[in-house]
Design a protein. Structure first.
Length: 161
């Protein structure tokens, strides 16, 4: 399935429909083991607000991973150092794509002079971030469309300082 080489580039507005499809499809399939149908529907509904996504594309460091010109994952980093988005296509899970995207975000954070990066990790993503050097600073319940979700605020030090 990973015949081609993973290539990471900056996302563009023309990628948005594919990004939104991948976002929804990943939530409804990959995250289904950890969340109820009600939670999955509430979470995936965020794809409907295209203006928010266009703003993220403009303001954040937003990248996509491609294999044979197919978008297989995407990630974003805010200027404050928050890993806001990190999603990988259901057919490309556990193939190093998320790790490659995270490494690219870390390089950007270093270039911005940040000493640490943070994320709000879902139940599904928590083990990935833990494996990549993040630690939990807080567990909390967040709401989306009136539905509760367990989340973990996590942090990773990038350098001594």
């Amino acid at each position: 399935m990973t015949k081609g080489i993973t290539f990471i580039r900056t996302a563009t507005q023309s990628d948005l429909s594919l990004i939104l499809h991948l976002f929804t499809d990943t939530i409804l399939n990959v995250n289904a083991a950890d969340y109820t149908r009600e939670q999955l529907n509430a979470w995936s509904s965020a794809a409907a607000n295209k203006d928010v996504w266009l703003t993220k594309l403009e303001q954040d460091y937003f990248i996509v991973a491609l294999i044979d010109e197919e978008i297989t994952g995407f990630a974003s980093l805010t200027n404050e150092g928050a890993v806001d988005l990190l999603y990988v296509h259901k057919e490309y899970q556990r193939k190093g794509i998320a790790a490659s995207l995270l490494r690219q975000l870390e390089q950007k954070a270093n270039a911005l002079g940040l000493n640490e990066i943070t994320t709000d990790a879902s139940i599904t993503a928590y083990p990935f971030f833990l494996k990549h050097g993040f630690y939990v600073t807080e567990e909390y319940v967040k709401q989306r469309n009136g539905v509760d979700f367990l989340n973990r605020k996590m942090k990773k030090r990038l350098r001594l300082g």
